[in-house]
Design a protein around this ligand. Structure first.
Ligand code: ASP
Length: 439
Protein backbone atom coordinates (compact mmCIF):
# COMPACT_ATOMS: atom_id res chain seq x y z
CA UNK A 1 0.00 0.00 0.00
CA UNK A 2 2.75 2.39 1.04
CA UNK A 3 4.90 1.39 -1.92
CA UNK A 4 1.93 1.82 -4.26
CA UNK A 5 1.48 5.34 -2.89
CA UNK A 6 5.14 6.08 -3.27
CA UNK A 7 4.97 5.06 -6.88
CA UNK A 8 2.32 7.68 -7.72
CA UNK A 9 4.34 10.31 -9.59
CA UNK A 10 4.74 13.64 -7.85
CA UNK A 11 2.96 15.58 -10.56
CA UNK A 12 -0.07 13.30 -10.21
CA UNK A 13 -0.11 13.88 -6.45
CA UNK A 14 0.14 17.63 -6.99
CA UNK A 15 -2.73 17.43 -9.47
CA UNK A 16 -4.79 15.49 -6.92
CA UNK A 17 -3.97 18.18 -4.32
CA UNK A 18 -5.11 20.82 -6.80
CA UNK A 19 -8.37 19.05 -7.64
CA UNK A 20 -9.23 18.28 -4.00
CA UNK A 21 -8.40 21.86 -3.01
CA UNK A 22 -10.49 23.30 -5.85
CA UNK A 23 -13.50 21.04 -5.28
CA UNK A 24 -13.57 21.38 -1.49
CA UNK A 25 -12.95 25.14 -1.72
CA UNK A 26 -15.81 25.57 -4.20
CA UNK A 27 -18.10 23.38 -2.09
CA UNK A 28 -17.25 25.33 1.07
CA UNK A 29 -18.06 28.58 -0.70
CA UNK A 30 -21.31 27.23 -2.16
CA UNK A 31 -22.65 25.39 0.90
CA UNK A 32 -21.64 27.43 3.94
CA UNK A 33 -23.93 30.24 5.07
CA UNK A 34 -22.54 33.61 3.84
CA UNK A 35 -20.34 31.76 1.34
CA UNK A 36 -16.80 33.11 1.17
CA UNK A 37 -17.55 35.54 4.03
CA UNK A 38 -18.43 32.71 6.46
CA UNK A 39 -16.58 33.34 9.76
CA UNK A 40 -15.50 29.70 10.24
CA UNK A 41 -14.20 29.49 6.68
CA UNK A 42 -12.29 32.74 7.10
CA UNK A 43 -10.66 31.42 10.27
CA UNK A 44 -9.80 28.11 8.59
CA UNK A 45 -8.19 30.00 5.72
CA UNK A 46 -6.27 32.44 7.88
CA UNK A 47 -5.20 30.06 10.67
CA UNK A 48 -4.56 26.85 8.74
CA UNK A 49 -4.56 27.03 4.94
CA UNK A 50 -2.47 30.16 4.69
CA UNK A 51 0.19 28.75 7.02
CA UNK A 52 0.37 25.33 5.37
CA UNK A 53 0.73 27.01 1.96
CA UNK A 54 3.27 29.54 3.27
CA UNK A 55 5.40 26.80 4.90
CA UNK A 56 5.61 24.92 1.62
CA UNK A 57 6.57 28.04 -0.33
CA UNK A 58 9.15 29.08 2.27
CA UNK A 59 10.93 25.77 1.64
CA UNK A 60 11.42 26.87 -1.96
CA UNK A 61 12.16 30.51 -1.20
CA UNK A 62 14.94 29.68 1.24
CA UNK A 63 17.01 28.08 -1.50
CA UNK A 64 16.39 30.68 -4.23
CA UNK A 65 19.57 32.72 -3.66
CA UNK A 66 22.18 29.92 -3.72
CA UNK A 67 20.29 28.11 -6.49
CA UNK A 68 20.08 31.12 -8.78
CA UNK A 69 23.64 32.13 -8.09
CA UNK A 70 25.15 28.73 -8.86
CA UNK A 71 22.90 28.13 -11.89
CA UNK A 72 23.52 31.55 -13.42
CA UNK A 73 27.26 31.60 -12.84
CA UNK A 74 27.65 28.13 -14.35
CA UNK A 75 25.31 28.96 -17.25
CA UNK A 76 27.09 32.19 -18.10
CA UNK A 77 30.55 30.71 -17.64
CA UNK A 78 29.55 28.06 -20.17
CA UNK A 79 28.36 30.71 -22.61
CA UNK A 80 31.50 32.72 -21.97
CA UNK A 81 33.47 29.69 -23.09
CA UNK A 82 31.19 29.33 -26.06
CA UNK A 83 32.22 32.79 -27.16
CA UNK A 84 35.82 31.65 -26.86
CA UNK A 85 35.12 28.78 -29.21
CA UNK A 86 34.67 31.46 -31.82
CA UNK A 87 32.27 32.00 -34.65
CA UNK A 88 29.98 29.04 -33.94
CA UNK A 89 29.62 30.11 -30.33
CA UNK A 90 28.93 33.74 -31.13
CA UNK A 91 26.33 32.80 -33.75
CA UNK A 92 24.62 30.41 -31.37
CA UNK A 93 24.69 33.03 -28.64
CA UNK A 94 23.16 35.75 -30.83
CA UNK A 95 20.44 33.37 -32.04
CA UNK A 96 19.72 32.36 -28.43
CA UNK A 97 19.27 35.92 -27.23
CA UNK A 98 17.23 37.02 -30.27
CA UNK A 99 14.94 33.97 -30.21
CA UNK A 100 14.44 34.25 -26.43
CA UNK A 101 13.54 37.92 -26.87
CA UNK A 102 10.98 37.09 -29.56
CA UNK A 103 9.56 34.27 -27.38
CA UNK A 104 9.06 36.54 -24.38
CA UNK A 105 7.65 39.25 -26.68
CA UNK A 106 5.01 36.82 -27.98
CA UNK A 107 4.15 35.80 -24.40
CA UNK A 108 3.86 39.36 -23.12
CA UNK A 109 1.80 40.45 -26.13
CA UNK A 110 -0.54 37.49 -25.56
CA UNK A 111 -1.01 38.09 -21.85
CA UNK A 112 -1.65 41.81 -22.41
CA UNK A 113 -4.15 41.04 -25.13
CA UNK A 114 -6.10 38.23 -23.46
CA UNK A 115 -5.66 39.38 -19.82
CA UNK A 116 -6.55 36.01 -18.30
CA UNK A 117 -5.99 37.25 -14.72
CA UNK A 118 -8.64 39.92 -15.02
CA UNK A 119 -11.48 37.40 -15.06
CA UNK A 120 -11.61 37.79 -11.28
CA UNK A 121 -14.23 40.31 -10.10
CA UNK A 122 -12.43 43.12 -8.23
CA UNK A 123 -14.45 42.86 -4.98
CA UNK A 124 -13.55 39.17 -4.75
CA UNK A 125 -9.92 39.94 -5.45
CA UNK A 126 -9.90 42.38 -2.56
CA UNK A 127 -10.86 39.51 -0.23
CA UNK A 128 -7.77 37.60 -1.36
CA UNK A 129 -5.61 40.37 0.03
CA UNK A 130 -7.07 39.85 3.51
CA UNK A 131 -8.33 43.40 3.67
CA UNK A 132 -5.01 44.97 2.61
CA UNK A 133 -5.51 47.49 -0.13
CA UNK A 134 -3.85 46.38 -3.38
CA UNK A 135 -2.38 49.82 -4.01
CA UNK A 136 -1.06 49.95 -0.45
CA UNK A 137 0.62 46.59 -0.95
CA UNK A 138 2.28 47.72 -4.20
CA UNK A 139 3.37 50.98 -2.57
CA UNK A 140 4.77 49.04 0.35
CA UNK A 141 6.82 46.98 -2.12
CA UNK A 142 8.10 50.16 -3.74
CA UNK A 143 8.82 51.74 -0.37
CA UNK A 144 10.81 48.69 0.72
CA UNK A 145 12.95 49.17 -2.34
CA UNK A 146 13.47 52.90 -1.94
CA UNK A 147 14.23 52.58 1.77
CA UNK A 148 17.63 51.10 0.96
CA UNK A 149 20.55 52.75 2.64
CA UNK A 150 22.79 51.95 -0.31
CA UNK A 151 20.73 51.14 -3.39
CA UNK A 152 22.11 49.50 -6.50
CA UNK A 153 23.23 51.91 -9.24
CA UNK A 154 20.31 52.34 -11.70
CA UNK A 155 18.63 49.54 -9.75
CA UNK A 156 20.87 47.04 -11.54
CA UNK A 157 24.55 47.36 -10.63
CA UNK A 158 24.98 46.39 -6.98
CA UNK A 159 27.53 48.10 -4.77
CA UNK A 160 27.14 45.37 -2.21
CA UNK A 161 25.95 42.05 -3.67
CA UNK A 162 25.55 40.53 -0.22
CA UNK A 163 23.07 43.23 0.69
CA UNK A 164 21.14 42.48 -2.51
CA UNK A 165 21.29 38.74 -1.77
CA UNK A 166 19.79 39.29 1.66
CA UNK A 167 16.88 41.19 0.13
CA UNK A 168 16.67 39.18 -3.07
CA UNK A 169 13.02 38.37 -2.45
CA UNK A 170 12.06 41.99 -1.85
CA UNK A 171 13.63 43.77 -4.78
CA UNK A 172 17.30 42.79 -4.73
CA UNK A 173 17.00 39.99 -7.27
CA UNK A 174 17.93 41.96 -10.39
CA UNK A 175 21.15 43.48 -8.99
CA UNK A 176 22.03 40.12 -7.50
CA UNK A 177 21.56 38.43 -10.85
CA UNK A 178 23.71 41.10 -12.43
CA UNK A 179 26.45 40.19 -9.97
CA UNK A 180 26.07 36.51 -10.88
CA UNK A 181 26.33 37.37 -14.59
CA UNK A 182 29.53 39.35 -14.07
CA UNK A 183 30.94 36.61 -11.83
CA UNK A 184 30.14 33.97 -14.47
CA UNK A 185 31.77 35.98 -17.26
CA UNK A 186 34.84 36.54 -15.11
CA UNK A 187 34.99 32.85 -14.28
CA UNK A 188 35.07 32.04 -18.00
CA UNK A 189 38.07 34.35 -18.39
CA UNK A 190 40.18 32.81 -15.60
CA UNK A 191 42.79 30.14 -16.48
CA UNK A 192 41.33 26.65 -16.37
CA UNK A 193 43.29 25.36 -13.34
CA UNK A 194 42.17 28.35 -11.25
CA UNK A 195 38.55 28.21 -12.42
CA UNK A 196 38.13 24.49 -11.88
CA UNK A 197 37.76 24.44 -8.05
CA UNK A 198 35.24 27.30 -8.15
CA UNK A 199 33.30 25.61 -10.89
CA UNK A 200 33.18 22.22 -9.15
CA UNK A 201 32.20 23.90 -5.88
CA UNK A 202 29.33 25.71 -7.60
CA UNK A 203 28.30 22.50 -9.36
CA UNK A 204 28.09 20.89 -5.91
CA UNK A 205 26.10 23.82 -4.51
CA UNK A 206 23.76 23.61 -7.49
CA UNK A 207 23.19 19.87 -7.00
CA UNK A 208 22.46 20.34 -3.30
CA UNK A 209 20.03 23.18 -4.01
CA UNK A 210 18.18 21.02 -6.51
CA UNK A 211 17.92 18.35 -3.85
CA UNK A 212 16.41 20.86 -1.41
CA UNK A 213 13.82 21.82 -4.04
CA UNK A 214 13.04 18.12 -4.51
CA UNK A 215 12.56 17.77 -0.74
CA UNK A 216 10.27 20.80 -0.70
CA UNK A 217 8.28 19.25 -3.51
CA UNK A 218 7.37 16.30 -1.29
CA UNK A 219 5.12 18.77 0.51
CA UNK A 220 3.80 20.25 -2.69
CA UNK A 221 0.54 18.23 -2.80
CA UNK A 222 -0.41 19.54 0.69
CA UNK A 223 0.82 23.05 0.00
CA UNK A 224 -1.04 23.20 -3.30
CA UNK A 225 -4.18 21.80 -1.66
CA UNK A 226 -4.10 24.53 1.01
CA UNK A 227 -3.33 27.36 -1.40
CA UNK A 228 -5.93 26.30 -3.95
CA UNK A 229 -8.57 25.68 -1.26
CA UNK A 230 -8.13 29.22 0.00
CA UNK A 231 -8.23 30.73 -3.47
CA UNK A 232 -11.23 28.68 -4.63
CA UNK A 233 -13.21 29.28 -1.43
CA UNK A 234 -12.71 33.02 -1.77
CA UNK A 235 -12.96 33.46 -5.54
CA UNK A 236 -15.23 30.59 -6.58
CA UNK A 237 -15.39 29.51 -10.20
CA UNK A 238 -13.78 32.70 -11.50
CA UNK A 239 -10.41 31.43 -10.18
CA UNK A 240 -10.67 28.24 -12.21
CA UNK A 241 -11.72 30.19 -15.30
CA UNK A 242 -8.68 32.45 -14.91
CA UNK A 243 -6.24 29.56 -14.49
CA UNK A 244 -7.80 27.73 -17.47
CA UNK A 245 -7.47 30.80 -19.68
CA UNK A 246 -3.86 31.26 -18.51
CA UNK A 247 -2.92 27.64 -19.29
CA UNK A 248 -4.54 27.84 -22.75
CA UNK A 249 -2.73 31.11 -23.45
CA UNK A 250 0.67 29.61 -22.53
CA UNK A 251 0.09 26.65 -24.86
CA UNK A 252 -1.08 28.85 -27.76
CA UNK A 253 1.92 31.20 -27.41
CA UNK A 254 4.35 28.27 -27.25
CA UNK A 255 2.78 26.88 -30.44
CA UNK A 256 3.02 30.27 -32.19
CA UNK A 257 6.72 30.47 -31.38
CA UNK A 258 7.42 26.88 -32.37
CA UNK A 259 5.48 26.74 -35.62
CA UNK A 260 5.66 30.46 -36.50
CA UNK A 261 9.03 31.86 -35.42
CA UNK A 262 11.01 28.63 -35.81
CA UNK A 263 9.50 27.88 -39.23
CA UNK A 264 10.54 31.31 -40.45
CA UNK A 265 14.01 31.06 -39.00
CA UNK A 266 14.46 27.52 -40.35
CA UNK A 267 13.41 28.65 -43.81
CA UNK A 268 15.31 31.93 -43.93
CA UNK A 269 18.49 31.11 -42.02
CA UNK A 270 18.55 27.32 -41.87
CA UNK A 271 17.53 26.88 -45.54
CA UNK A 272 15.27 24.01 -44.55
CA UNK A 273 11.73 22.93 -45.16
CA UNK A 274 10.15 23.45 -41.70
CA UNK A 275 7.62 20.63 -42.10
CA UNK A 276 10.36 18.22 -43.01
CA UNK A 277 12.37 19.43 -40.00
CA UNK A 278 9.48 18.92 -37.54
CA UNK A 279 9.01 15.43 -38.94
CA UNK A 280 12.70 14.64 -38.49
CA UNK A 281 12.78 15.80 -34.85
CA UNK A 282 9.59 14.06 -33.76
CA UNK A 283 11.44 11.61 -31.48
CA UNK A 284 12.96 14.59 -29.67
CA UNK A 285 9.54 16.22 -29.37
CA UNK A 286 8.08 13.07 -27.82
CA UNK A 287 11.01 12.62 -25.40
CA UNK A 288 10.94 16.24 -24.24
CA UNK A 289 7.18 16.15 -23.81
CA UNK A 290 7.32 12.92 -21.80
CA UNK A 291 10.25 13.82 -19.53
CA UNK A 292 9.71 17.59 -19.03
CA UNK A 293 13.48 17.86 -18.92
CA UNK A 294 15.89 19.30 -21.48
CA UNK A 295 18.77 17.52 -19.77
CA UNK A 296 17.06 14.14 -19.93
CA UNK A 297 16.28 14.72 -23.62
CA UNK A 298 19.88 15.60 -24.52
CA UNK A 299 21.08 12.07 -25.49
CA UNK A 300 18.11 11.61 -27.85
CA UNK A 301 18.58 15.13 -29.23
CA UNK A 302 22.24 14.37 -30.03
CA UNK A 303 21.36 11.12 -31.75
CA UNK A 304 18.52 12.66 -33.74
CA UNK A 305 20.58 15.70 -34.80
CA UNK A 306 23.24 13.49 -36.33
CA UNK A 307 21.23 10.54 -37.61
CA UNK A 308 17.83 12.00 -38.54
CA UNK A 309 18.59 15.65 -39.28
CA UNK A 310 22.04 14.96 -40.69
CA UNK A 311 23.94 17.66 -38.83
CA UNK A 312 27.71 17.40 -38.46
CA UNK A 313 28.84 15.97 -35.15
CA UNK A 314 30.95 18.90 -33.91
CA UNK A 315 28.37 21.69 -34.40
CA UNK A 316 25.43 19.68 -33.09
CA UNK A 317 27.21 18.32 -30.00
CA UNK A 318 28.42 21.77 -29.14
CA UNK A 319 25.19 23.69 -29.72
CA UNK A 320 22.88 21.08 -28.19
CA UNK A 321 24.95 20.44 -25.08
CA UNK A 322 25.21 24.11 -24.21
CA UNK A 323 21.65 24.78 -25.35
CA UNK A 324 20.17 22.17 -22.99
CA UNK A 325 20.81 24.57 -20.12
CA UNK A 326 21.44 27.91 -21.76
CA UNK A 327 18.80 28.15 -24.50
CA UNK A 328 15.29 27.81 -23.13
CA UNK A 329 12.81 29.81 -25.20
CA UNK A 330 9.81 27.94 -23.82
CA UNK A 331 10.87 28.64 -20.25
CA UNK A 332 11.47 32.33 -20.96
CA UNK A 333 8.07 32.69 -22.67
CA UNK A 334 6.34 30.81 -19.85
CA UNK A 335 7.98 32.85 -17.11
CA UNK A 336 7.02 36.13 -18.78
CA UNK A 337 3.36 35.12 -19.08
CA UNK A 338 3.22 33.68 -15.57
CA UNK A 339 4.60 36.77 -13.86
CA UNK A 340 2.19 39.07 -15.69
CA UNK A 341 -0.74 36.72 -15.15
CA UNK A 342 -0.12 36.55 -11.40
CA UNK A 343 0.11 40.33 -11.26
CA UNK A 344 -3.23 40.62 -13.09
CA UNK A 345 -4.75 37.96 -10.84
CA UNK A 346 -3.93 40.03 -7.76
CA UNK A 347 -4.87 43.32 -9.38
CA UNK A 348 -1.32 44.70 -9.62
CA UNK A 349 -0.67 46.81 -12.70
CA UNK A 350 2.80 46.55 -14.18
CA UNK A 351 3.63 49.57 -16.33
CA UNK A 352 5.61 49.42 -19.57
CA UNK A 353 8.98 49.87 -17.83
CA UNK A 354 8.20 47.08 -15.38
CA UNK A 355 7.15 44.81 -18.24
CA UNK A 356 10.45 45.51 -19.98
CA UNK A 357 12.17 44.46 -16.75
CA UNK A 358 10.10 41.26 -16.71
CA UNK A 359 11.20 40.67 -20.29
CA UNK A 360 14.88 41.09 -19.42
CA UNK A 361 14.54 38.87 -16.36
CA UNK A 362 12.75 36.19 -18.39
CA UNK A 363 15.47 36.19 -21.06
CA UNK A 364 18.16 35.82 -18.41
CA UNK A 365 15.98 33.18 -16.73
CA UNK A 366 16.08 31.16 -19.93
CA UNK A 367 19.84 31.02 -19.50
CA UNK A 368 19.87 30.39 -15.75
CA UNK A 369 17.06 27.83 -15.46
CA UNK A 370 18.05 24.21 -14.93
CA UNK A 371 16.83 21.82 -17.63
CA UNK A 372 14.86 19.73 -15.16
CA UNK A 373 11.12 19.39 -14.46
CA UNK A 374 9.84 22.49 -12.67
CA UNK A 375 13.20 24.23 -13.14
CA UNK A 376 11.40 27.56 -13.73
CA UNK A 377 9.89 27.92 -10.29
CA UNK A 378 12.76 29.19 -8.15
CA UNK A 379 13.24 32.00 -10.66
CA UNK A 380 9.54 32.88 -10.72
CA UNK A 381 9.47 32.77 -6.92
CA UNK A 382 12.25 35.33 -6.79
CA UNK A 383 10.87 37.62 -9.47
CA UNK A 384 7.28 37.94 -8.25
CA UNK A 385 8.40 39.38 -4.91
CA UNK A 386 10.15 42.15 -6.79
CA UNK A 387 6.76 43.34 -8.01
CA UNK A 388 4.99 42.92 -4.65
CA UNK A 389 3.00 39.95 -5.98
CA UNK A 390 2.15 37.71 -2.99
CA UNK A 391 4.22 34.55 -2.68
CA UNK A 392 1.15 32.36 -2.28
CA UNK A 393 0.10 33.25 -5.83
CA UNK A 394 2.41 30.44 -6.96
CA UNK A 395 -0.05 27.92 -5.56
CA UNK A 396 -2.67 29.23 -7.98
CA UNK A 397 -0.75 27.93 -11.00
CA UNK A 398 1.50 25.18 -9.64
CA UNK A 399 -1.27 22.62 -9.97
CA UNK A 400 -1.41 22.94 -13.76
CA UNK A 401 2.34 23.21 -14.14
CA UNK A 402 3.11 19.69 -15.29
CA UNK A 403 1.28 19.95 -18.59
CA UNK A 404 2.75 23.40 -19.22
CA UNK A 405 6.20 22.05 -18.33
CA UNK A 406 5.81 19.27 -20.90
CA UNK A 407 4.94 21.83 -23.56
CA UNK A 408 7.61 24.43 -22.71
CA UNK A 409 10.34 21.77 -22.49
CA UNK A 410 9.36 20.63 -26.00
CA UNK A 411 9.86 24.18 -27.24
CA UNK A 412 13.17 24.45 -25.35
CA UNK A 413 14.59 21.39 -27.05
CA UNK A 414 13.19 22.09 -30.52
CA UNK A 415 14.74 25.56 -30.12
CA UNK A 416 18.16 23.97 -29.56
CA UNK A 417 17.73 21.82 -32.67
CA UNK A 418 16.64 24.88 -34.68
CA UNK A 419 19.70 26.84 -33.61
CA UNK A 420 21.94 23.88 -34.45
CA UNK A 421 20.45 23.76 -37.96
CA UNK A 422 20.87 27.52 -38.43
CA UNK A 423 24.45 27.58 -37.15
CA UNK A 424 25.29 24.71 -39.48
CA UNK A 425 23.74 26.56 -42.44
CA UNK A 426 25.66 29.72 -41.54
CA UNK A 427 28.82 27.62 -41.41
CA UNK A 428 28.24 26.58 -44.98
CA UNK A 429 25.71 23.77 -44.42
CA UNK A 430 27.66 20.57 -44.33
CA UNK A 431 24.47 18.51 -44.49
CA UNK A 432 23.12 16.72 -47.51
CA UNK A 433 19.45 17.36 -46.82
CA UNK A 434 17.00 18.81 -49.40
CA UNK A 435 15.07 22.10 -49.72
CA UNK A 436 17.12 25.21 -50.23
CA UNK A 437 15.20 28.48 -49.95
CA UNK A 438 16.45 31.95 -50.76
CA UNK A 439 17.51 33.80 -47.54
N1 ASP B 1 11.46 21.69 -17.55
C1 ASP B 1 12.16 22.70 -18.28
C2 ASP B 1 13.31 22.07 -19.06
O1 ASP B 1 13.86 21.08 -18.65
C3 ASP B 1 12.65 23.82 -17.40
C4 ASP B 1 11.47 24.59 -16.85
O2 ASP B 1 11.02 25.54 -17.52
O3 ASP B 1 10.95 24.27 -15.77
O4 ASP B 1 13.66 22.54 -20.11
Amino acid sequence: MTSARRKTPLHTRILIGLLLGAVSGLLAQALLPDGSKNAGLKRLNEDVMQHVGAAFLAMIFMIVVPLLFSALVLGVAEIGEVAKVGRIGVRALILTVVLSGIAVGIGLAGVNLVRPGEVIPSEKRQQLWNGINVEEASKKGAAEKSADVDPAVLGIVPKNPLLEASRALSGGLLPFMFFALVFGLALAGVPEERALPVRSFLEGVFAVCQRVVEMAMWFAPFGVFALVFRTASVLGLSALAAVGAYAALVIVCLAVHMFGTYSLVLKLIGKRNPLEFFRQVRSVIVTAFATSSSNATLPEALRCAQEDVGLPRDTSTFVLTVGATANQNGTALFEGITILFLAQFYGITLDFGQQVTVMGLAIVAGIGTAGVPGGSWPMIAGVIRRFAIPAESIGVVLGVDRILDMCRTTLNVVGDMTIAVCVDALEGGRTELPEVAEG
